[in-house]
Design a protein around this ligand. Structure first.
Ligand SMILES: Cc1ncc(COP(=O)(O)O)c(C=O)c1O
Length: 388
């Protein structure tokens, strides 16, 4: 193609999610189970009052100003690091701000992988890993999240450095979360490789997980010198502020000096790509964490309870009608098992004909429990089962 880079991917880009979401928006009486955002019980996007109040307290100049550094404002970096890590990590780390979890992932990929390198991520996964891998020219290798032996076998099959993406807890789209013991096995495996390995922890939905979802972070205190852990965190979900484009990348390693170099590379990458991060967003989130923490915790608790009620109802009804779901523990989504992708396409279309909007994923159909109020969710499992 004229004008563009030689190896540019010229296939037509169709966003699987945004296109169906737009169709659903034109059908307000239908069931919109597409959006990966929290909606309240009135069917409106859920926003946290404390976040909105914090933003209102900013001056126009604060919102309009550039950030103080391409790596992010110091106050934000300190606040978000302690929010994400919850004092579980005593090993060395460095944090840089990013435009959403996506920006953190893109930074992790670009800083560690060369074109042609292998990236290992789940067979059923958030679609953007594939988009990014194809865009940046990586070789894709997939593993089954339910089968650690398969993951370890895939790790062993990689010749060069290992670059592993794990999306847990609250995997998108499966809702799967690894237990602490499973994490221990994953870390043991990576520690025992005796070659460079990078573990990318995509924790976009961790704030909606139940129990003690960050307990496994303590394992990062006992990593081998050859292991680099990159935590990619997203404020989009944590603070229900998707459009602010805010997140962070936290790099953890035994070598403090290496981490300083890495943060420097990340700063330059950021400067070259997005220049700097949304200043108003960083100021807002810092304010919430430093001045409105109790309100935030309370609102988050309410949102989690709302989500739990939905998943309890959906899972109960799915069981009653025999709807085959992939095993899930927590998070925004449930996925109906349809191993044949051609059949999945037909079912997905049939559902749309019945005004039920879902998202196609590899070997399944994703239902966004986060975006469907209880009254519309009631009976949805049976409607899905009928079409299948
Ligand atoms: C698994 C996963 N990771 C990361 C992200 C990044 O989100 P954002 O860039 O909005 O922070 C998403 C968003 O949907 C996601 O589903």
């Amino acid at each position: 193609m004229k004008f563009v880079r030689q190896n540019e991917n010229t296939n037509r880009y169709v966003d699987n999610i945004f296109s169906v979401t737009n169709l659903a928006k034109k059908d307000p009486e239908g069931i919109n189970a597409t959006a990966g955002c929290l909606y309240d019980e009135e069917g409106k996007m859920l926003t946290y009052r404390c976040v909105q109040e914090a933003e209102k307290e900013l001056t126009a100049a604060q919102k309009a100003a550039y950030a103080s550094s391409p790596a992010g404002n110091k106050e934000y970096l300190d606040a978000i690091s302690s929010f994400v890590l919850e004092e579980k990590v005593s090993n060395h780390y460095q944090t840089v701000a990013s435009p959403g979890g996506t920006g953190a992932l893109s930074m992790a990929f670009n800083l560690c992988l060369d074109e042609g390198d292998t990236i290992l991520y789940p067979e059923i996964a958030w679609g953007n890993y594939k988009v990014m891998s194809e865009e940046f020219g990586y070789r894709i290798l997939n593993y089954d999240v339910y089968d650690l032996e398969d993951l370890f076998h895939k790790i062993d099959s990689i010749e060069g450095k290992v670059f592993l993406v794990v999306n847990s807890p609250c995997h998108n789209p499966l809702g799967h979360s690894y237990t602490y013991d499973q994490w221990q096995k994953i870390i043991d495996k990576l520690n025992g490789l005796h070659k460079e390995a990078i573990l990318v922890c995509d924790i976009a939905y961790i704030d909606y997980a139940n129990g003690d979802p960050k307990k496994y972070f303590t394992l990062f205190n006992e990593i081998s010198d050859d292991l680099l852990v990159l935590i990619c965190a997203s404020c989009s979900k944590a603070f229900s502020c998707y459009g602010y484009r805010l997140g962070c990348l936290i790099a953890i390693n035994n070598d403090e000096e290496f981490l300083e170099h890495f943060a420097n590379l990340a700063s330059r990458y950021g400067r070259a790509t997005w220049s700097n991060i949304n200043n108003g967003g960083m100021q807002t989130v810092s304010k919430v964490l430093l001045e409105k923490r109790a309100e935030y915790e309370q609102e988050l608790k309410e949102a989690k309870a709302m989500l739990k009620k939905r998943s309890d109802l959906f899972l109960k009804q799915a069981k009653e009608c025999g709807l085959d779901l992939y095993d899930l523990s927590d998070g925004f989504f449930a996925t109906v098992r349809v191993p044949d992708n051609a059949l999945r396409d037909q079912i997905h279309q049939r559902l749309m004909d019945e005004h039920i909007y879902t998202i196609k994923v590899n070997k399944g159909i994703r239902v966004a429990l986060c975006s469907v109020p209880l009254d519309k969710l009631d009976g949805l499992a049976e409607k899905l089962k009928e079409q299948i």
